[in-house]
Write a protein of this length. Structure first.
Length: 88
């Protein structure tokens, strides 16, 4: 069985953020840690600027002519579905 728990790595130990696994203090736990990099690399920044330049060129030409209704197109592409508790 696999569950996800939020934790912060401090030095050589994990500190549970929201709640900890029920047996966290009873016995050793096998864990797999994925470091979530919150920073943006310089390569990502440069690619973002390049993408923004291309999008500006498309906008300056009046957008994508083959898309008559952008909102309808986006809904079709995303295959929107009703979310529980919203727009039901």
């Amino acid at each position: 069985m696999s569950n996800t728990y939020r934790a912060v790595l401090k030095g050589d130990h994990l500190e549970w953020v929201d709640h900890k696994p029920d047996n966290a203090e009873d016995k050793p736990l096998d864990v797999q840690v994925t470091v979530l990099d919150r920073g943006i690399s310089s390569q990502s920044k440069s690619r973002g600027a390049e993408m923004a330049a291309w999008l500006k060129k498309i906008a300056d030409r009046g957008g994508v002519k083959s898309i008559q209704d952008p909102v309808a197109w986006q809904r079709e592409i995303r295959k929107d579905r009703p979310l529980p508790g919203r727009d039901e």
